[in-house]
Design a protein around this ligand. Structure first.
Ligand code: SAH
Length: 209
């Protein structure tokens, strides 16, 4: 890997120093070359501690936020995961490293095409990445997931997504107003089907549209 030193520094100073502990998440963050998901002129900035523009007004999330949201999913080893707002495809690749199968939706067809290309190049051809609106959930409505991750912020909990969780599954998402501060939220579906919510910290994501 070309940016091995930058990647190790990112893991140590941004992830471990802030409390990311799950070795599977650390392994994934080490294995996926983040520079492959940012525009060429930003390759040298790929491991810095902030989001970066990926075109079409969208951003690739800060590495710490990617790691934190992934850890919060607490995925089982045979997990089926849904990501909404695949953007660059970086978070998608991290999830694919950990999960048995990843479905991903992105509303912007151009970003989705670029993400698909980057994922294919790295050998993540099994990811089911489609163009679509995450509010509606996965196009096969009967499908259930162990984890669902949103990289764009709705102003309320999309009920359809919460309903797509398996019992024991988790939905990790920012909830709050567009252009403002949102709360990073974990929604857990109990064995009885009831959901509970936990708000963790203020974050800033692009809006879900
Ligand atoms: N995880 C991505 C984040 C990209 S930014 C990365 O690290 O690169 C969030 C993405 O959510 C944008 O690409 C945006 O187009 C997408 N998005 C916004 N609203 C959406 C919706 N309703 N359905 C699907 N994707 C959406």
């Amino acid at each position: 890997m070309i940016y091995e030193l930058e990647c190790e520094a990112m893991i140590r100073d941004q992830l471990e120093a802030r409390g990311i502990r799950d070795p599977r998440v650390i392994d994934a963050m080490r294995a996926v070359p983040r520079e492959c998901f940012v525009p060429e002129e930003s390759h040298g900035l790929a491991y810095e501690d902030h989001p970066l523009p990926i075109g079409n007004g969208q951003t690739i999330s800060q590495p710490y936020i990617v790691a934190l949201m992934t850890e919060l999913l607490e995925l089982p080893s045979d997990a089926e995961v849904l990501e909404i707002g695949a953007g660059s495809g970086y978070q998608t690749a991290i999830l694919a490293h950990l999960a048995h199968h990843v479905c991903a939706l992105e509303r912007d067809a151009e970003l989705a095409e670029r993400a698909r290309h980057a994922l294919d190049e790295l050998g993540f051809g099994r990811i089911d990445l489609r163009v679509g609106d995450g509010f509606q959930g996965w196009p096969e409505p009967e499908r259930r997931f162990d984890g669902i991750l949103l990289a764009c912020a709705p102003d309320h909990l999309p009920e359809r997504l919460a309903a797509s969780l398996k019992p024991g599954g988790r939905l990790v998402l920012p909830i709050g107003p567009a252009g403002g501060t949102q709360q990073l939220t974990v929604v857990t579906r109990g064995a009885d089907g009831e959901t509970s919510r936990r708000e963790l910290l203020p974050v800033r994501f692009v809006p879900m549209v």
